[in-house]
Design a protein. Structure first.
Length: 128
């Protein structure tokens, strides 16, 4: 093998190694996102908590997979889903709660991330 040909092969090898290292250490944009927003309302008379969730874009494999509801820090409901309809949707849950109870809803994406909102029964909701 000639020296020039050998040098060229080594240069190509180093170039390939540099390209691989570049891709290995550069961040890649994720193809998933956390829910954008969770809005809560609670009807004291019917003891119904409504969670309006915005999560875009969604697909067959990218959706709000889990909604966890806590009352005063303890999990009272954990609902899992296999799809979502539309960018913004509302789920309703029966929750035994009285004025002053703190309700917290965490909506989790099937791929990555979550969004949490809190509501004190008898007061306006506070997104987190």
């Amino acid at each position: 093998m000639k020296i020039n040909e050998r040098n060229r092969m080594m240069s190509v090898s180093y170039l390939i190694l540099a390209i691989l290292a570049f891709f290995a250490f550069c961040p890649v944009t994720a193809s998933a996102n956390a829910p954008k927003e969770v809005k809560l309302t609670f009807d004291v008379a019917s003891k119904t908590l409504e969670a309006t969730i915005t999560h875009t874009p969604y697909s067959e494999s990218h959706y709000v997979q889990k909604v966890e509801i806590k009352k005063n820090g303890e999990v009272v409901t954990l609902q899992e889903y296999t799809s979502q309809t539309g960018d913004t949707f509302t789920y309703s849950y029966k929750v035994e709660a009285v004025a002053g109870d703190i309700l917290e809803v965490k909506a989790s994406c099937s791929r990555f991330g979550s969004r949490t909102a809190k509501l004190t029964v008898g007061q306006p909701a506070e997104p987190k």
